[in-house]
Design a protein around this ligand. Sequence first.
Ligand SMILES: [Zn+2]
Length: 95
Amino acid sequence: MRAARLAASGGPVSQSFAPPDTELFRTLWEKQDGCCALCGMAMPESRFVLAHATLWKKQRPTFDHIRPKAAGGSDAAANLQLAHAVCNWRKGAQE
Ligand SMILES: [Zn+2]
């Protein structure tokens, strides 16, 4: 089944199909040149550059806490970086 294409022009895009469109996100994205802070590989800009939704789910850019909140890290911009969802999960799975 082929899902109807989302209106590309200006329509609201589901949160799960696009990275968070915030100033902080864009600042970090530019600073990191679109690359994952954990593995160094490029991150997809949106679901539509990938062939499969499952790839997007794993590779979508997410906010990663440089110093984990569990270790006293804050939500401040200085403590955040962008990383693939899967890299973020992998890091989180470590003790
Ligand atoms: Zn990564």
